[in-house]
Design a protein around this ligand. Structure first.
Ligand code: BES
Ligand code: ZN
Ligand code: ZN
Length: 484
């Protein structure tokens, strides 16, 4: 969706939108609009949209008023995103290509939030739908903001790359596994990052063998698709300053392997690369807005398939760190991918902090549902930075416990550890496993996003499907802790 700015109201607009704070209709409205809004009990509540047709300057146009709530509300930014999203939801398929948005009632940052909500809610991926009826198609293509507040255009320029990042993540997550597999994931990133100034590093299977990544390669060995590691590096910060590293689980499809998953719902496992997708989108946002920070994103890309060549329950593999792992369940593959990606990231980039994103466990959905991602961390300060970034960005997180008693649950009689614990505390034992690959108490956090990457129903600022969760969290964390 294209967003432009214009000082005065462009001619020929067929749809004009305006915001109204609670209890306060915009000035200069025609009597029909005023009385109509009253009759429809429109009072400026967030999420409400009232629209009608009026004659202005000799032409009939549609005018929409979107409720923006109370200007003093502590959740003002989030509210305005919902305001923008409500406009998108209402007019996305209404047959109008362009909305003229009167920015007169808004401050610069308020306008940027409204546009963010509008743009994110309008996003949909229809490339495979060749037989959509005209009335189902998205017609809304652009917004022209006229009468913008001072600094409004600059505020949006700073926010737009983040919208782009979220959209890129959603695209990667939405694509089926016959379109997105390790190599094509890399290619799509190469195309997106081309000309941005980011450095992309790709490891193929030969290189990973040489590095001794037996855990990651073991997961991919049953697949016709070759595994990859992709690193995206952005040095926009102080020269020589240790980077922040984001690491993502990029399992492009998770059948479970020989420990195969049940059929119903298996199609969901196309989004088992959601952590990697979030890292790619998060990096795109940071790179496109030229963040003043050194950041590296590393994505472990594999497909987990059952096959004659697949690894078996009982196999023992050696990770790049030298630690050995007894595979008791080939469906607990994400940690095997991440442990080598995490080790390589630390050796290669000596990061100051590491945050990994992964659709790691079904158990986190049992714990937290779809409202929060679970965070596991060895460092209180990093946790509190994530908590704060989560609250500001709307990507909500909740801390989960860790400790030696949980760590004991993954001891193995034959190797240094096994890849599953028992029935209890499945998300925590997964995190304990990852922690064994963090060197020298480097501040680290693991974000289990299994419950938040995908939604089955449309919400305030998103349609159903891929959420793009994680992108805004990463962007906010960098803004708060490195760029500040
Ligand atoms: N990708 C899954 C986790 C998952 C499950 C994500 C459901 C989203 C929705 C992961 O690889 C997995 O299969 N984990 C197992 C671990 C178990 C075998 C210890 C799980 O959660 O059941
Ligand atoms: Zn699995
Ligand atoms: Zn998985």
């Amino acid at each position: 969706m294209n967003i432009e700015f214009s000082q005065s109201r462009p001619e020929g607009l067929r749809l004009i939108a305006q915001t109204a704070d609670k209890g306060k209709l915009p000035e200069g409205l025609e009597p029909a609009m005023k009385q109509g809004a009253d009759a429809a009990r429109f009072n400026g509540r967030v999420g409400q949209v009232f629209d009608g047709f009026v004659e202005r300057d000799g032409a009939v146009i549609r005018v929409a008023i979107a409720g923006a709530g109370d200007p003093g509300d502590a959740k003002r930014s989030a509210n305005l995103e919902r305001t923008g999203a409500a406009l998108a939801a209402k007019f996305q398929s209404a047959g109008v290509e362009k909305i003229g948005l009167d920015g007169g009632n808004l401050k610069a940052d308020e306008l940027a939030h409204l546009l963010m909500g509008l743009r994110l809610r309008n996003w949909r991926y229809d490339v495979y739908r060749t037989k959509m009826k005209d009335e189902q198609k998205i017609t809304l293509k652009s917004v022209v903001v006229f009468n913008p507040p001072e600094g409004g255009e600059a505020a949006w320029s700073a926010a737009e790359p983040v919208a782009e990042g979220v959209e890129f993540t959603r695209e990667l997550v939405t694509e089926p596994a016959n379109a997105i597999y390790p190599e094509s994931f890399v290619e799509r990133c190469q195309a997106r990052f081309d000309g941005t100034g980011a450095e992309l590093i790709v490891l193929d299977e030969t290189q990973m063998h040489e590095l001794g990544m037996g855990a990651l390669l073991g997961v991919g060995q049953g697949s016709m698709r070759e595994s990859r590691i992709l690193a995206i590096r952005w040095n926009g910060g102080k020269q020589g300053e240790a980077p922040l590293a984001f690491v993502g689980k990029g399992v492009t499809f998770d059948t479970g392997g020989i420990s195969i998953k049940p059929g119903p719902g298996m199609e969901d496992m196309k989004w088992d690369m959601g952590g990697g997708g979030a890292v790619a989108g998060g990096m795109l946002a940071l790179v496109k807005r030229k963040a003043k920070a050194n950041v590296v994103g590393v994505i472990g890309l594999v497909e987990n398939m059952p096959d004659g060549a697949a690894q078996r329950p009982g196999d023992v593999v050696t990770s790049m760190s030298g630690q050995t792992i007894e595979i008791l369940n080939t469906d607990a593959e994400g940690r095997l991918v991440l442990c080598d990606a995490l080790h390589w990231t630390q050796k290669e980039f000596q990061p100051a902090r590491v945050v990994d994103f992964a659709t790691l466990t079904g158990a986190i959905i049992v714990s937290l549902g779809h409202e929060h991602a679970g965070v596991f961390s060895n460092n209180d300060e990093l946790w509190s930075d994530l908590d704060k970034a989560g609250k500001t960005s709307g990507d909500s997180v909740w801390r989960m416990p860790m400790g030696p008693a949980y760590d004991k649950l993954i001891e193995s009689p034959i190797a240094d550890m096994k890849n599953i614990g028992g029935k209890a505390a499945g998300s925590i034992t997964a995190a304990q496993f990852l922690q064994r690959f963090i060197m020298d108490d480097t501040p680290w956090a693991h974000v289990d996003i299994a419950g938040t990457v995908w939604t089955d129903k449309a919400g305030a600022t998103w349609d159903k499907g891929a959420s793009g969760f994680g992108v805004r969290l990463m962007d906010q964390l960098v803004a708060d802790t490195i760029e500040r």
